[in-house]
Ligand binder design. Sequence first.
Ligand code: RP5
Length: 162
Amino acid sequence: MTQVAILIGSISDKDVLEPCTKVLEDMGITYRFTVSSAHRTPERTENMIQELEQAGCQVFICAAGMAAHLAGAVAARTIRPVLGVPINASALNGWDALLSTVQMPPGYPVGTLALDKAGAKNAAWQAAQILALNDPDLARRILEARETMAADVAKAGQELES
Ligand code: RP5
């Protein structure tokens, strides 16, 4: 079963998604990571969405740069949550991708995260939180991870002050 799909617009985007796959793996979430371009392979994108939904995908994470329409193209074809990660892949430093991803028409939202690796990481956390609505064990793992993060801050504070 595939709980989460990660779609990138180009294979050149692959490394940016490494923090995303790590969080999903740490949380025990099954995912499929593949490439499909909104512009270069529109039919593949459309077919992929159907295939992924049939495989049980609950959340789509879509990452692209430049004219970053991948998340919007997916949101047009599914009512499952779509999270968008704009990638800095141009001379406009990612502003083009951010604005292309975030500005969706009413009824077709893309939950747009931060640029690049920061957004990729939080897309995984956001997907985990969505899945946790119906998965108490996953909810517990998320809370435990937060406790670890809080303990790390406290430990760093103690070390800084000592
Ligand atoms: C976007 O254009 C991709 O998501 C990538 O970020 C950027 C460059 O793609 P390539 O020319 O490297 O395939 O569509």
